[in-house]
Design a protein around this ligand. Structure first.
Ligand code: BGC
Length: 267
């Protein structure tokens, strides 16, 4: 069995997105933020080195404002691309310097403390499965985040199957996120009804492939699910994410609390 070093106390979670980088201090037992979240703009171009600087700025600010944090504890960091063994393997909405970049070592080196990196949608999925709309649901649960791209987390019996990348499923000859992300709705000037038709195609495809017990919708527009969920016709229950926009931060902190994948900061 894997040797899981479970740390206690609060943890910093950082959520890297295409337009903003957010961070907060999280109580992993409760799955909630202690205090408010800090958000800074994602640098453009979003190169690995510039993003690393912003991550460290947010972590330092959070750490300076807290006297209850263990300052050597692991920091959880999400990344909007495939993350395998601490290495980012894709960067659909980030600079190409992230492709095949050892981001765990990069972030840990700058911070001088261990980090645990995880795909952004996987983090949101972990948070929803443990503390949100997917809690106590057995079988297959899909968490789909609609934002700059489409992120996905595949959960089975509460366990995450990492890096599912279902936003890149080909639907009607197009990469799904090109047509059905929140950004695609704005870019193409779609009404909610028109956008719902694209979501119907996408979610029907997911339903056919996975026969999930539940679909949870997160990301920026999970606050506006009243505009599109009622138009969808699926046999699978589909609900908004309960942790809303904070799911990524909470999931990052949950990943940090279980340091199985964490790599210690270089001495
Ligand atoms: C990336 C995923 C990411 C999603 C949401 C997609 O383009 O391939 O890894 O989770 O965007 O940020």
């Amino acid at each position: 069995m894997a040797n899981t070093n479970v740390q206690t106390g609060c943890f910093i979670g950082i959520d890297i997105g295409g337009t903003g980088i957010k961070g907060g201090i999280v109580n992993p037992g409760k799955g909630i933020l202690e205090g408010s979240c800090i958000r800074l703009a994602t640098p453009q171009p979003a190169t690995a080195n510039l993003v690393n600087e912003v991550v460290s700025q947010i972590v330092n600010e959070l750490a300076a404002g807290s006297n209850s944090l263990d300052h050597s504890s692991t920091v959880g960091v999400t990344f909007p691309g495939i993350v395998q063994h601490g290495i980012s393997r894709s960067a659909a909405n980030m600079d190409s310097s992230f492709i095949n970049c050892d981001i765990n070592t990069l972030f840990a080196g700058r911070l001088g403390r261990p980090t645990a990196v995880i795909n952004d949608a996987d983090a949101a999925g972990l948070a929803e499965a443990r503390c949100g709309a997917g809690k106590h649901i057995n079988g297959t649960v899909l968490v789909i985040t609609l934002g700059t791209g489409i992120g996905s987390a595949l959960i089975f019996d509460g366990q995450l199957v990492p890096n599912a990348e279902l936003g890149h499923l080909s639907v009607d000859g197009f990469d799904a996120e090109i047509k059905a992300s929140a950004v695609a709705r704005e870019r193409d000037g779609l009404t909610w009804k028109e956008y719902s038709a694209r979501l119907q195609r996408y979610f029907s495809e997911l339903e056919f492939i996975f026969s999930p017990e539940l679909i949870i919708v997160g990301g920026g527009i999970s606050q506006r699910t009243d505009e599109y969920l009622p138009h969808l016709n699926l046999r699978t229950p589909i609900v908004p994410a309960r942790l809303k926009n904070e799911a990524g931060i909470v999931g990052a902190a949950l990943q940090a609390a279980s340091t199985r994948n964490g790599i210690s900061a270089p001495a």
